[in-house]
Design a binder for this molecule. Sequence first.
Ligand code: GLY
Ligand code: MN
Ligand code: MN
Length: 495
Amino acid sequence: MHTAFSKRILFFAVSFLSCTYLFAQPAPVSREEDDLPKDYLSASFHAGRREALRQMMPDNSVMAVFAYPTRSFSNDVEYLYHASPDMYYFSGYKEPHSLLLIFKNEQTDSAGNTYSEVLFVQKRNAQAEQWTGKRLGAEGAKEKLGIPMSLNGEDFKNFNIDFTKFDKVIFDRLPADVPNDARDKSDLFDMIQLFRQKTALPEDYSKEKKFDNRSYREMTAKLREIKTPEEKDLIRKAVEISCLGQNEVMKAVRPDMSELEIQGLHEYVHKKYGAEGVGYGSIIGSGENGCVLHYEENTKTRVGNSMILMDVGAEYHGYTADVTRTVPAGGKFSDEEKMIYQLVYDAQEAAFKTLKDGSKWADAEKAARDVITEGLIKLGIAKDKAEANKYYPHGLGHHIGMDVHDRGTYTSIKKDMVITIEPGIYISSGSNCDKKWWGIAVRIEDDALITQDGYELLSHFAPRKIEEIEKMISQKSALDNFKLPPLKSAEKKGF
Ligand code: GLY
Ligand code: MN
Ligand code: MN
């Protein structure tokens, strides 16, 4: 407080001096932007992505990109809006109720203006903005996103566009469950209705050659699976932040912690480093809970001495990491845990070895699965491949980017892709094997950037080897002294 106050006095003194005596520049005014991150994707990145798309689009075509719908959380409260990845990728616009039209060929309006894309955005509205925050608006979109033909959503109605003249109208499957805010005549619901009218879209448009959902997915997959330098910088940051979260939790974890508390520690570290959120619900599964692949309840109140499977990905400026570490809460792996962990580690290493520009997803998949199958048979846990597959019931990995399961063609692996490699073994109680294995669940998930001759392990910041994990757990954490008073209300009720 004191320091801030002194700074303010100094600021006034300096401004006064500069105004009175220098008559030069006006006193520096602190603008909101001065306190915002400086490493968002640039307008030129988005323009470059539109141009790359245009190169792929068929002649005389238009592509429509709709923002994601908003969703109810409770009564009149909405879920925090997550920017729609395609809208964000091609325009930089992060708000809902928006539509981007990208044209293959330059268009000319009645006033003679030429344009190659039109962005319809939420209209500025002082009352709405007081409740839910500042909107960029059409003028802001022109200035900040560099899209000269940025208009308010309500302008779509009278926007003179003859969709019949295009050979192809390309768009993603239109969502059927878009909420309709009756007070807003140009929300996403209305824009989709108008789009249907203006394009004279038949009910079953999938059969019409002119209306093309397939190439929407194909083109966006081909573009988004290859990461540009700006994207790689943001993903690197998201992954490093996630690893620092894993490391701090490894150092801080104790058997009396709850799954929720561990989730909170990860997400606190993410936010400390500026990550706005997580790219998916954080998975903190202790013991048997680790067998639920996307366990997000995180309700166990004491993790005990079991292993904890922690699959947590920070999202930084729209790009998400996806990193899993499985660690013993008590500090040391048991013999059985070690054997299963080592098997998953070896499977992951086998998959890593296949990775390089031009390698195949199927080869990486096979390399990992063969190690797990053979290992489980050797340990007497499975008798054959089919039984082994039950303990490893998911694929090896996926692209990451603006979506955690990012768009991709999933054929060959290419330079500048960023993918996860995440084998796992999950042995739930009651499985057809010796009881000593029951409740063991291990997933190791890393994020790899594919290079010409191999890969760069972006998630190398968090240890993967058994000894390295045990060593990390033995270290002191900055969070060790983070002690809060007990809840009075819990005491009274005897919880
Ligand atoms: N975190 C979700 C996944 O690993 O695919
Ligand atoms: Mn994953
Ligand atoms: Mn994951």
